[in-house]
Write a new protein. Structure first.
Length: 550
């Protein structure tokens, strides 16, 4: 429960502190006195957005601090998950700096607004006048029914599976789109790949092929010149080998006269040996030369295909073509892999759909069971609030699609009077009826949640007299199991509070300020009398006020 609220430099509030008690607390004040400012400050400390307009004095920071008693709160997991210190009395603090930036703290540890907002959902329910219209919204109607049906765990499990199902569906669509793109290119990619496979690139040595082609293409010319070279070397009288051998013989005769002549002889002998070996190889090469038109044609075809492919793919080497071939093979393999992934995802989605359908059926069954329980509770409470003939009809409508909380929509029908036709709640219920239905709803939900504090901001709008008195009884009863704070203009409700605060405006140093005070017994009598008769309090109003308080 909320123990206290401190506000400094916020809107019309200079400095203010409120200590709250358990049970039923009342806040009253004239229109415009600043009750909404209190709620605004509380909203900020619970994580709502803030800016420089929140500051009363733009030269000083705004600080709002709330103390909460955490016993019976199921929040220890939150503190552990967010690495925060758990304290029995937890302090939430919000600061708005003069620069417009804001900071948030939980037990003096800096946190972001999302963490503050998440924690606040466990602490307090602030019901404003605008929120009464939530009753008309399908999402809120489902929240009410699912609370009574105790569907929270099932819906959490369903939501987890649905999130994965949607993620897998998006992935499947992406893969199918990629497959369609590949299908458009598949024939051409396959053609290019087969074209490259036909030439066996990895076994081709382009330089050797080109050399072999040149040899076969010029075999007669090569043979003619080899023969000429052999003839020049081997001719009997004037051949190079014959003459070199004569030189060698002449030098051999004089080698004994000096080392230098010996060296010259050895060099000539070496030249002779080398030339003779070369001539032998020329002879062999000439013998190996064969005119082979078939090989020439085959090599020519390979080179032409190779050059065509290199030109086509705008590369210059076999290695480049092999790299392109590898890329094309990867594309073909990717096609097969995508098809396999699509098949696997389709199987997974079918299995997920079975799980989701099963969970949706369980959620639906519990809702069907909860509807008559909920409508009876509504009717019982609303009959006390001046609506004795009220009727509800809640229809669950199956859908083929997976919604956030199941596989069904809902039609929330309402009839306020005996003999009147059912109509959609948002179309046929008046403002006063909506206020009473909302109070009845909050009263019912109080039995199904562990929420320790609820604040009603003028939920009594549009009602008066005995109905207001019954509404106060309901809030009083709620306060037996939770902390209830009601902002009201009705004396019947104000008189039922265990404690009573008054919001009022004062002028100090030409500045209008909003302040709040806790009323004692005599001040409560006067405040309620003024609520009954206005500023000029009559004796009868005072007596009436005392009667209400008693």
């Amino acid at each position: 429960m909320i123990l206290s609220l401190s506000i400094n430099n916020f809107a019309l509030i200079e400095k203010l502190h409120i200590d709250f008690s358990s049970g039923f607390s009342i806040i009253t004040g004239e229109t415009g006195a600043g009750k909404s400012i209190l709620l605004g400050a509380l909203g900020m400390v619970l994580g709502k957005r803030a800016d420089l307009t929140s500051l009363k004095n733009k030269n000083e920071k705004c600080v709002i601090e709330a103390h909460f008693k955490m016993s019976n709160y199921d929040v220890k997991d939150f503190f552990e998950t967010n690495d925060l210190d758990y304290e029995e009395i937890t302090i939430l603090r919000r600061e708005v700096l003069t620069s417009g930036k804001s900071r948030a703290f939980i037990n003096d540890t800096p946190v972001n607004l999302q963490e503050l907002q998440t924690l606040s959902e466990y602490l307090i329910d602030v019901h404003s006048q605008q929120q009464t219209q939530e009753l008309s919204e399908n999402s809120y109607q489902f929240q009410v029914i699912d609370a009574v049906a105790d569907n929270a765990d099932l819906i959490d499990l369903y939501s987890t599976h649905l999130k994965q199902y949607k993620s897998d569906t998006v992935q499947l669509q992406s893969l199918k789109s990629a497959l369609q793109t590949l299908l458009k290119e598949e024939d051409y990619t396959t053609f290019l790949l087969e074209e490259l496979h036909s030439i066996s690139l990895k076994s081709i040595q382009q330089a050797e092929l080109e050399e072999r082609f040149e040899q076969l293409n010029n075999v007669e010319f090569i043979k003619e010149n080899l023969s000429k070279a052999i003839l020049v070397a081997n001719e009997e009288q004037y051949g190079v080998l014959h003459l070199l051998n004569d030189i060698k013989a002449a030098m051999q005769k004089v080698t004994g006269f000096s080392d230098s002549l010996q060296n010259l002889y050895e060099r000539i002998d070496s030249v002779y040996i080398e030339l003779k070996d070369s001539v032998d190889e020329l002879t062999k090469a000439e013998g190996d030369l064969v005119d082979d038109p078939e090989s020439l044609q085959s090599i020519n075809q390979q080179l032409q295909l190779l050059h065509t492919l290199q030109k086509k793919h705008q590369v210059n080497t076999v290695e480049d073509l092999i790299q392109i071939q590898t890329q094309l093979e990867s594309q073909v393999h990717a096609f097969a892999e995508i098809e396999n992934s699509i098949t696997a995802l389709e199987v997974k989605l079918k299995e997920s759909a079975i799980v989701l359908d099963d969970l949706a059926i369980k959620i639906h069954t519990k809702r069907e069971t909860a509807i008559p329980v909920l409508t009876k509770k509504w009717i019982d409470i609303l009959s006390q609030l001046g609506m004795p003939h009220v009727r509800f009809k809640i229809e669950l409508i199956p859908t083929s699609s997976y919604l956030q909380n199941g596989k069904e929509d809902m039609q929330f029908l309402f009839a306020a009077n005996k003999g009147s036709d059912f109509g959609l709640l948002k179309k046929v219920a008046s403002g006063g009826e909506m206020s009473r239905i909302m109070l009845a709803t909050k009263s019912i939900l109080a039995n199904y949640s562990n929420l320790p504090t609820i604040i009603f901001d003028e939920i009594d709008t549009g009602v008066s007299g005995e109905v207001a008195n019954k509404m106060s009884d309901i809030m009083k009863k709620m306060s037996q199991s939770m902390q209830v704070i009601a902002i009201t203009h009705l004396p019947q409700i104000a008189a039922k509070g265990d404690s009573h605060f008054k919001v009022f405006k004062t002028v100090r140093d030409d500045q209008t300020l909003t302040e709040i005070k806790s009323l004692n017994a005599e001040e409560r009598v006067l405040e309620i009398a003024q609520m009954l008769s206005g500023v000029d309090v009559s004796e009868s109003a005072l007596n009436h006020a005392k009667t209400l308080l008693n």
